[in-house]
Ligand binder design. Structure first.
Ligand SMILES: N[C@@H](CCC(=O)N[C@@H](CS)C(=O)NCC(=O)O)C(=O)O
Length: 247
């Protein structure tokens, strides 16, 4: 009896793995053909986790690169960041411009200058004061401070902006201080065109002492003269001679 039980057990053990194998193959084929909702859910969760992980990794890389570059700029206060550029000349006058006021010193004068302004803007007032002082005729166009349609042609979105007529079109000048210096340079020495003069005042992007990027025209407080260096040399020399006499 005991021997028969042992033989029966042996048979079960011998047949067991092959049965198991058949069962496994069956369940795997079932798994491929129709995925259970639980498995589907698990797979979706895995792909979402991967997606979030990827996003976080990209964010970390971009953030690290940004902080590296902004930090390297912070170490360089005064560094010029851009290649200095000028505002390109306008070939034709923008259409639909409504001149609100014509400033003339003699009735027969033709204005070659258009001033885009807000009437209450102090920087525009400074430019008007200069134009009136040097008695140059000009037209005024009031800019709508909200929509700014009148300066839609310009990338620079502040006022005053001046358009100065030249042989190639209209040269935009921006920033009240630059406008005054550029016009003073032009009126002083007409051997240069207004385009040449505008190119003497390039906009620069630089890093300030706090590490922030700023845009400015570095030499806007200066009148540009071809012979300035010679004149300065002469002045220094004369100063030296005066001092020599005093000693
Ligand atoms: N530095 C400039 C400053 C010009 C400026 O800030 N203008 C103001 C009006 S007073 C402006 O246009 N602000 C921009 C705006 O109104 O959207 C200059 O001297 O011309």
């Amino acid at each position: 009896m005991a021997l028969r039980v042992a033989v029966a057990r042996l048979k079960t053990v011998a047949g067991g793995p092959s049965l198991l194998r058949i069962n496994n193959t069956f369940s795997r084929s079932k798994h491929f053909n129709s995925e259970s909702p639980l498995a589907k859910h698990a797979r979706k969760r895995t792909s979402t986790v991967r997606l979030i992980g990827g996003g976080v990794a990209i964010g970390v890389v971009v953030g690290a690169a940004y902080s590296y570059f902004s930090d390297s700029e912070r170490k360089l206060p005064g560094a010029i960041v851009n290649t200095p550029t000028q505002i390109p000349i306008l070939k034709t006058l923008p259409t639909d411009l409504k001149v609100t006021r014509k400033v003339r010193h003699n009735n027969d004068e033709i204005a070659n200058i258009i001033l885009f302004q807000y009437p209450t803007c102090p920087f525009c007032c400074k430019v008007r004061a200069f134009l009136d002082y040097v008695k140059v005729p000009y037209d005024i166009i009031e800019v709508d401070p909200i929509l700014k349609q009148q300066i839609s042609w310009s990338d620079y979105k502040k006022v005053p902006i001046l358009l100065v007529k030249s042989s190639n079109g209209y040269q935009p000048l921006t920033d009240s201080t630059m406008i005054v210096s550029a016009l003073a340079s032009y009126l002083k020495d007409k051997t240069f065109t207004i385009e040449d003069i505008a190119n003497f005042y390039p906009s620069m992007v630089y890093v300030d002492v706090d590490g922030k990027r700023k845009t400015d025209i570095m030499n806007k407080y200066f009148i540009m003269n071809e012979d300035e260096s010679e004149k300065s040399k002469r002045l220094n020399f004369e100063n030296e001679r005066t001092m020599e006499k005093m000693v």
